[in-house]
Design a binder for this molecule. Structure first.
Ligand code: ATP
Ligand code: MG
Length: 514
């Protein structure tokens, strides 16, 4: 992962005990110069620390950082105010007095300042007792060795890498481990367990054995972390290039059972009469990784994670048939609001989108296994609406067979479904369609109040259009309405002639287009 000159320098660093690494040429952002001169003038040594240093060493590039953390031996807030005064008094600065931190926004760069501190923790809370400390104290309280790397911004050693815990070596070895004893680090602030798994997932690093053990040991401590923080980390794991890494680690450490029992229950294989079903947890992770290759849409990724969530509770062994999961897509869709509520995920249209995809996830498959009729495609277009493309992406990601021929066959069938969708859309404009005669029209024409009869007629029109029995136009719908109305003993009112409602329609349409 390391590149070019920086890589060479890191290798040299390990070969020579006298070699120190100076990264000043990578501190291109103007803010570093400003902080350096203020640090010298005020006598408050300052360092850049954490994610910026880690990512610089990983990518070897010093380009446009978005997120810079500065630790000051002194007041972080005062330093932030002075930096702001130096650049532009108008820059937005947020001060968090309680935390002793300040965040300065300069263009697309966010610089967070904190005074170096020493922390001690109580058992019941993630909030530490804080006192002023040295750089070393501050590095001690950092979560991982790769996040404790600092670069000096001070005149005597500007650009020098300060690495008391071997963070650089761990970057080289692609290892996540803690600066202090891992049990203490995780027990102090159990959120770090999830952060560790998230960094391992995002960076493709492994978690050092003792550190992984400590997560397992302290897993119950996750109970003192707020649900919002937990879900924030889950989202970051899901948003990674290979999210399965994170979920496998969550499972392995016993955290999954605590924070996401529905997923845990998907793990395992049962066998009856020498027939077994696939491990739905592993299948789900494969689908999630597949979809991550195709989209950054977080909610489509959530749909992949949850598409088979009801399999454990619908599982049955039926003699003669084998393992079945009847209606798991419907029951799964019903489980989504409860899961979203508990995880404090949004309960708005994002949840509805996930719910819809879970509910529909078998439809294209069923369709592709059958003869692809126009009517079935029309219904799929109608039910999926604007989310049809995403549904097809989910279904293609859902193919996890190890048999190449099976995979090819499924993909070919989906291609046929896709072509049919294009053909029917061009012909029938079904997506987001509204039947050409509304409930209001029906009431007016027959002179009846809102009632069951209106619903029956309206539904008959919709069904007939989706089944291709009548075209999607006003005239055909009007005629069917009369027929359905007659079957219910209704006849059109005098005065509410076809032409009138038609005229209204044209008028309405005209205003809509205006
Ligand atoms: P990214 O922003 O890319 O997720 P980061 O390392 O910058 O990664 P932040 O959450 O921005 O992570 O935190 C900045 C730094 O603060 C970290 O690198 C780490 O040194 C420290 N830090 C953040 N959260 C914790 C924590 N819970 N415990 C200990 N140190 C932490
Ligand atoms: Mg950061």
């Amino acid at each position: 992962m390391f590149v070019n000159a920086l890589l060479l320098r890191i290798r040299l660093y390990f070969c020579s005990s006298k070699f120190t690494m100076n990264l000043s040429e990578h501190l291109n952002h103007k803010v570093f110069q400003i902080i350096a001169s203020l640090a010298a003038k005020e006598g408050t040594p300052s360092y850049v620390i954490g994610g910026f240093v880690r990512d610089l060493l990983i990518s070897g590039s010093g380009t446009a950082p978005m997120d810079i953390d500065i630790v000051v031996i002194g007041s972080g807030i005062e330093m932030a105010q002075k930096v702001k005064a130096c650049i532009d008094e108008e820059l937005p600065l947020s001060v968090f007095k309680n935390f002793g931190t300040a965040m300065l926004k300069w263009g697309d760069t966010e610089v967070e300042f904190v005074g170096a501190r020493k922390e001690s923790y109580r058992h019941s809370s993630r909030k530490p007792l804080v006192e002023n400390g040295t750089l070393e104290d501050d590095q001690n309280r950092r979560d991982f060795t790769i996040n404790a790397l600092a670069i000096s911004l001070n005149p005597s050693d500007y650009g020098e890498l300060l690495d008391p815990f071997g963070g650089l070596k761990h970057l080289e070895e692609r290892i996540i481990t803690t600066p202090l004893e891992p049990g203490l680090t995780f027990s102090d602030d159990p959120l770090r367990m999830l952060r560790g798994i998230r960094f391992a997932t995002r960076l493709g690093f492994s978690i050092e054995a003792g550190t992984l053990n400590a997560i397992h040991q302290h897993r119950q401590r996750i109970g003192i972390v707020s649900q919002e923080r937990i879900s924030d980390e889950l989202n970051k794991i899901i948003a990674s290039a290979k999210p399965s890494t994170g979920f496998l680690l969550l499972e392995q450490t016993g955290l999954l059972e605590i924070i996401f029992p529905e997923l845990q229950q998907m793990k395992g294989v049962e066998e009856v009469n020498a027939m077994h079903h696939k491990d739905n947890f592993l299948h789900t992770l494969e689908v999630l990784d597949n979809i991550a290759l195709k989209t950054d849409n977080l909610w489509l990724r959530w749909a992949a994670l949850l598409h088979d969530i009801a399999k454990p509770r619908t599982k049955k062994f039926e003699p003669g048939t084998g393992w079945t999961f009847h209606a798991h897509e419907f029951i799964g869709a019903k489980m989504i609001p409860g899961i979203f509520r508990r995880l404090k995920l949004p309960l708005n249209e994002k949840m509805k989108y996930v719910q819809k995809l879970v509910q529909l996830h078998l439809r294209p498959i069923v369709l592709s296994q059958d003869i692809v009729t126009d009517s079935a495609v029309r219904r799929l277009i109608f039910d999926a609406g604007d989310d049809l493309e995403d549904l097809m992406t989910l279904c293609e990601a859902d193919i996890t067979s190890k048999n190449e021929r099976t995979v090819k066959r499924h993909l070919k069938n989906f291609q046929i479904v896709r072509e049919k969708i294009i053909e029917i859309e061009a012909k029938d404009s079904i997506r987001n369609f509204q039947p050409p005669i509304s409930g209001d029209d029906i009431q007016k024409i027959f002179g009846i109040p809102p009632s069951r009869a209106v619903g029956i007629i309206k539904n008959a029109i919709k069904e007939a259009i989706l089944d291709g029995e009548i075209p999607n136009d006003y005239q055909a719908a009007y005629e069917l309405m009369l027929k359905e109305g007659a079957a219910q003993g209704l006849s059109p009112q005098k005065g509410a002639s076809k032409e009138e409602t038609r005229e209204e329609k044209t008028r309405e349409e005209k205003t809509k287009n205006d």
